[in-house]
Design a protein around this ligand. Sequence first.
Ligand code: 6R9
Length: 649
Amino acid sequence: MSAKTYPVAKSTRANAQIDAETYHKWYRESIENPDRFWDKHGMRIDWFKPYTKVKNTSFNGKVPIKWFEDGLTNASYNCIDRHLKTRGNQVAIIFEGDNPYIDKKITYNELYEQVCRLANVMKKHGVKKGDRVTIYMPMIPEAAYAMLACSRIGAVHSVVFGGFSPEAVAGRIVDCQSSFVITCDEGVRGGKPIPLKDNVDTAIHIAARQHVQVKNVLVVRRTGGKVGWAPGRDHWYHQELASVKTECPPVKMKAEDPLFILYTSGSTGKPKGVLHTTGGYMVYTSMTHQYVFDYRPGDIYWCTADVGWVTGHSYIVYGPLANGATTLMFEGVPNFPDQGRFWEVVDKHKVNIFYTAPTAIRSLMGAGDEFVKRSSRASLRILGTVGEPINPEAWEWYYNVVGDGRCPVIDTWWQTETGGHMITPLPGATALKPGSATLPFFGIKPQLVDAEGQVLDGPADGNLVIADSWPGQMRTVYGDHERFVQTYFSTYKGKYFTGDGCRRDEDGYYWITGRVDDVLNVSGHRMGTAEIESALVSHDAVSEAAVVGYPHDIKGQGIYCYVTLMAGQSGSEELRKELVAHVRKEIGPIASPDKIQFAPGLPKTRSGKIMRRILRKIAEDDFSALGDTSTLADPAVVEDLIANRQNRQ
Ligand code: 6R9
C-alpha cells in the first residue's frame, strides 16, 4: 500500500468551504453534541413545519432510528420548488445521450412542470401516499422525473437497475407489492437496444404467479421500437402527460415517512429492500454533496453512476438537486464510441466535478493515455471515486493523467445502507493518500473491532463498525425489521456492522480492505454469493454450487463458481455456456460467471459447512497455503479441485 501523501494544495485550500481547522472543529462538535450540530444543519433543507426534536436513535433493542421526527417536509419540493424563484431558468439536468450527437438541457422550471404532470398522471391512476412504485428505466431524464414525482405525492419508489433480468424485476415487484411500474420501450447503451418493456411484461407474468398484480405500466417512448401492449394496463407516458395539469402540490411528509426502497445484496438469502426515509436522508445527501465535492452554485456536476444504484439516488438526483445544482445524466457507456467518451463529455459540457468508479478508471487506464490527452479537461476541479477500494496505481493515474495533477481525488466510502458518504476526504481540508478513503464525515463515528467485538485503538486492522446514528442511515429492511436488526446490529452489539474490513494507520486514516462477508463487489456492483449459487442450483443439471470472488484487473473481483453436477451429467464447454446464460437470465448480465469449475465434490467440514477459505485460495491460484484441511469430511476433494482449477496464472 502506498504511504505517499498529497497535502491539500494551496489553491484548493485558499477558497474552500471547509478547511482543515473547520473540519476538526465541526467534527468534534458533531460527535460531542450531535443534537446541537444537526439542529443547525437540519435547517439546510426547507421544512413546511420545522422540527423541534433532532436525534432520537438507539442501536440496541429494536434499533429505533428517528431524526427530525416532528418536522414536515417533501423531497421533491426541496429538489425543485424551492429553487424556482432564484434559479428557475438555470439548467437542472443535462442529458447526454448514448449517441454523442444527442443531448438536452432541462431547466428547473421545466423540471417542475414535468414532475408535476407525471405526479398528476400517477394520482389519476390511483397512486397514493405510501404506495410502492417500481421504476425500471435507462439513464434518461424521465427516470429522475419518476423518482421526484413519487416523492412529490408520497409514493415510495423502488428503482430497479435496467440491467437486471425479468426474474430479478419480478422478485422486487413482489417483495414490495408494487402495482405501478414506470419503464421505457427500450434503453440504448453502446448503440445496442435493451428490451426494457419486454422485460417488464415477463416480470409482470412472473409476479402474477405469486399473486402480485401490476395494474398500470407507464411507458416512455425512447427508441420507438416495437413492444407488446396490454390495453387498459399499459399507457404511453407522453400521451398521459399531455392531458393533465402542470401543477401538483407536494404532499407534506413527516421526516420519517418512507422516501424509497432500494434492493441490495447481502451475504444470505434474497436481496434486501433497504428503506430510506425523507428528512434525514435529504439533509445528509445535500450536505455531503455540498462539502465532499466542495460544490458551489453554478458548478456543472457529473456522477457517472446509474440511477439504479444508491449512488444515482443520492448523488445524481436528491443531493445535487436539493442544492440547486446542474446534474449531468449520461445514458451511455465509457467506451462508446470509444474510450475517450468521458473526457469528451467533460469538455463538451464544461464539467467541474466528476464522480466515477474505480472499475471505469482501471479500464480507461488500460486503454492508454491518448484517449485522455486529446481532451482539455480544463474545467475539472474535483475528481471523485466510489464503489470499491481504488488501487494506488489507478488513483495516481486518475490524479495525474485525468486531473493533470490539479484536482484532488475524493475517495468516498459509503453503502446503500448509509444513504450518503461516510469516510471521505474534503477537498480543502484533507491531505490525500492514494488508496485511503481518509477520515470520517461530520457525525460519523467509525470504529475498528476484532472478531470478538473488542474495540481496537490507534493503528489497527479490524472490522469496520459505526458506533452511533447519522441522519442518512437506512431505517429498516422493507417488510422485515427483524432482518434489519439481525443483519446490522447483532454481530457487534450496539454497533452498526458495515460488512467491510478496514485498517487505520498512524495518522488515523481509514483504508477499506473489502468485504469480510460473502458479498462480492464486481465492477462496483454488490452481489451476494448466495444469490448466484441459488441461480446456478435452479438449473436442472446442477446439484450444488459454491461461488467465491477472485482478484480481477478491471472488475476488481471476478465471479468464480464451483459447480457439482447431478449424477449422469458431465461437464462440457457447452454446459458452461448454458450455465452462464442461465445466471444472466436469473439475475442479469452483471452476475455473469467469469469461471466455472466442475467439481465432483466441495470441501466441507464434517458438519456440512462449505469451507470457502479453501475455495477462495484455489480460485486465486494460490494453493500453497490452504491452511488446515484436516477437519474436512473428505480431504481428497481438494486435490481434484487444485488439479482442475480454472485460473492458472
Ligand atoms: C456506494 C456504494 C457498498 C460496498 C461497501 C464497500 C464498497 C464502496 C468504497 C468501497 C472501498 C470505497 N465500497 N465505496 N470500498 N472504498 N470508496 O457503492 O454502495 O453498492 O451498497 O456498496 O462497496 O465494500 O461495503 P453499495
